[in-house]
Write a protein that binds this ligand. Structure first.
Ligand code: COA
Length: 306
C-alpha cells in the first residue's frame, strides 16, 4: 500500500536568541558557534503543545483536511508539557481531533521512530487511513543558559506532516537502532538541564548515522547516488558534513535549517522537510533519506519514494 505525505506545517516561537545575544552572557562568540556548529540563532520560549497545535493546524491546512479526517495523532517530543497526560492528548483537544493520540520519546531520533510507527500502523489490518505526525520540542526549557557547551546548540520549534493512504509515495526501508550504554554522554534528569559530553556525542553520532544510512540503503537496494534529497537531524553542520563525506553523498543534497533554528530535537527533521518542500525539491518519485540520532543513544533512518 502506498502512503504519501500530503501536507507539511511548521511553527517557531517569535522570540529569537542570536549568537551575539549569547556572547553577552557567556564566554562565546558568533564566530566560534558558526564555525563549530553552523548555528547562527535559535527560537526560545516555546511551549511544546502550543507549537504542536500550530504546526498541526498548518499541516492540516496544507493537506486540505479537517480535524475529522485524522484517524491517529502521534507526537514526537522529549519536552512534554507535563509528566502526564501525554502532551499528544492536549494537542488532540487543541486541534479538535477525536482520534487516538500518543507520545513518542526517542529524543532527536523521535521523528523517524514516529514516522516508522505511523507507517506500520497504517499497514496493519483496520489501521488508520490518515495520521497526523508532529515533532515538537521546547528545548529552551531544559537548557542551562549559563552552560556554553549546550546553550549554543538547542532551540524550540515544531513541524507536522499528514500521512495518508494514496496511490503514490512509499517507504522503501527503515533502520532503527539504540545503544543504552551511551546514556551517560547525553541525558536530562527530571527537573534538570541537558547534560552532554559534546565531543563524545559528536564522534558516536557520526559513526551511528553513517552506519544506519549504509544499512537503510542496503535494505532498500539503493546506492548513495540514488538519493535525491537528504533530511538530516539538525544538530551540527559539521556532523552532517562528516556523515555525507563518509557515505559519499554531496552536501548539496541536504536541506538544512539549523543556521536559524539550532537543534530542535523532534522537530528538526520535519523542519528540514518543510525547507526541502519550499526549495521545490520534493517531487513525486524523489528518493528522500531522513536520518536522526540523539540521546539514548537512539538513531533511525528511513528512505522513501515521495
Ligand atoms: N564558545 C567558545 N569556546 C568554546 C565553547 C563555546 N560555546 N564551547 C567550548 N569551547 C572551547 C572549549 O573550552 C575548548 O577550549 P580549549 O581547547 O581551550 O580546551 C575548545 O572550545 C574546543 O572544545 P570542544 O568541546 O572540543 O569543541 P568541539 O569542536 O567538540 O565543539 C560542540 C563543541 C558541543 C559544538 C561539539 O562537540 C558538538 O556539536 N557535539 C555534538 C553535540 C550534539 O550534537 N548534541 C545533540 C545530539 S542530538
Amino acid at each position: 500500500m502506498a502512503i504519501r505525505i500530503s501536507g507539511i506545517g511548521t511553527a517557531l516561537p517569535d522570540k529569537i536568541v542570536t549568537n551575539d545575544d549569547l556572547s553577552e552572557v557567556m564566554d562565546t562568540s558568533d564566530e566560534w558557534i558558526r564555525a563549530r556548529a553552523g548555528i547562527g540563532a535559535r527560537h526560545v520560549d516555546g511551549v511544546t503543545s502550543e507549537m504542536a497545535i500550530e504546526a498541526g493546524a498548518n499541516a492540516l491546512k496544507a493537506a486540505d483536511l479537517g480535524p475529522d479526517d485524522i484517524d491517529l495523532l502521534i507526537l514526537c517530543t522529549t519536552t512534554p508539557d507535563q509528566r502526564f497526560p501525554a502532551t499528544s492528548a492536549v494537542v488532540q483537544s487543541g486541534l479538535g481531533l477525536t482520534c487516538g493520540a500518543f507520545d513518542v520519546n526517542a529524543v532527536c531520533a523521535g521523528f523517524t521512530y514516529g514516522y516508522v510507527s505511523a507507517y506500520g500502523m497504517m499497514n496493519a489490518p483496520t489501521g488508520p487511513d490518515r495520521v497526523l505526525l508532529i515533532g515538537s520540542d521546547a528545548m529552551s526549557t531544559i537548557t542551562d543558559w549559563t552552560d556554553r557547551g549546550t546553550a549554543i546548540l538547542f532551540g524550540d520549534g515544531a513541524a507536522a506532516v499528514v500521512m495518508e493512504k494514496h496511490e503514490q509515495g512509499e517507504m522503501l526501508a527503515f533502520d532503527l537502532g539504540a545503544d543504552g550504554n551511551l546514556q551517560p554522554i547525553l541525558y536530562c534528569d527530571h527537573d534538570g538541564f541537558i547534560q552532554m559530553e559534546g565531543r563524545e556525542v559528536f564522534k558516536k553520532a557520526v559513526r551511528a548515522v553513517a552506519q544506519s544510512v549504509e544499512n537503510v540503503l542496503a535494505k532498500a537496494g539503493l546506492t548513495p547516488d540514488d538519493v535525491d534529497v537528504v533530511l538530516p537531524h539538525q544538530a551540527n553542520i559539521r556532523i552532517i558534513e562528516a556523515v555525507c563525506q563518509r557515505i559519499g553523498i554531496p552536501m548539496s543534497k541536504t536541506h538544512n535549517v539549523l543556521e536559524t533554528t539550532g537543534n530542535t530535537s523532534g522537530a528538526s527533521i520535519p523542519l528540514a522537510m518543510a525547507k526541502a518542500e519550499a526549495d521545490g525539491a520534493l517531487e513525486p518519485g524523489t528518493i528522500v533519506l531522513m536520518s536522526g540520532f540523539g540521546a539514548g543513544m537512539a538513531w533511525g533512518s528511513a528512505v522513501l519514494r515521495w
